[in-house]
Design a protein around this ligand. Structure first.
Ligand code: FES
Ligand code: FES
Length: 158
């Protein structure tokens, strides 16, 4: 079986996995990192949203062989280490706004929020309703209003 190497939350990892295995299963089942959630497996629900080299992506739709050795994959477990303090400002904003209901979609929502704020800054755009409309993460509990309030608050500290 081939070996696959990439960086996960700041550490180089190597696993035995067939090339066609989707990265989400490698992260969750082989490496035991379960923050990225399985919802649809076909890049629709966005529950698995994580970062690759600082940008949002969905590991359920990426073959593990398509990840390069030096690609930096960050999940919700590694997000705090990308900022000062014990929590990333977006995580703190989520707590302050009591966003989560069942919680299942929330790791992906936070990862999508952080990536969207960074993208807006890189492009010189405001973090506003039009930016929020681009976030396609589904929340079956309907926490969308609290998510938007938390993103605004978190962005102020990023
Ligand atoms: S599980 Fe990845 S997008 Fe739904
Ligand atoms: S908090 Fe339940 S699915 Fe979003």
């Amino acid at each position: 079986m081939p070996t696959q190497t990439f960086k996960l939350n700041g550490k180089s990892v190597t696993v035995d996995a067939d090339d066609d295995v989707r990265l989400l299963w490698v992260i969750r089942d082989l490496l035991g990192v379960t923050g990225p959630k399985y919802g649809c497996g076909i890049n629709v629900c966005k529950a698995c949203t994580s970062h690759i080299n600082g940008k949002a992506f969905n590991p359920c739709s990426v073959r593990v062989a398509d990840i390069e050795d030096n690609d930096e994959v960050t999940t919700i477990e590694g997000l705090a280490d990308t900022a000062e303090g014990d929590l990333h400002p977006m995580q703190q904003a989520w707590i302050d706004h009591d966003v989560a209901q069942c919680g299942y979609c929330q790791p992906g929502q936070i990862m999508a929020a952080v990536a969207k704020v960074k993208q807006c800054r890189d492009e010189g755009r405001d973090v506003d309703d039009s930016a929020f409309e681009e976030i396609r993460n589904i929340c079956r509990c309907g926490t969308y209003n609290r998510i938007r309030e938390a993103i605004k608050a978190g962005a102020e500290h990023m």
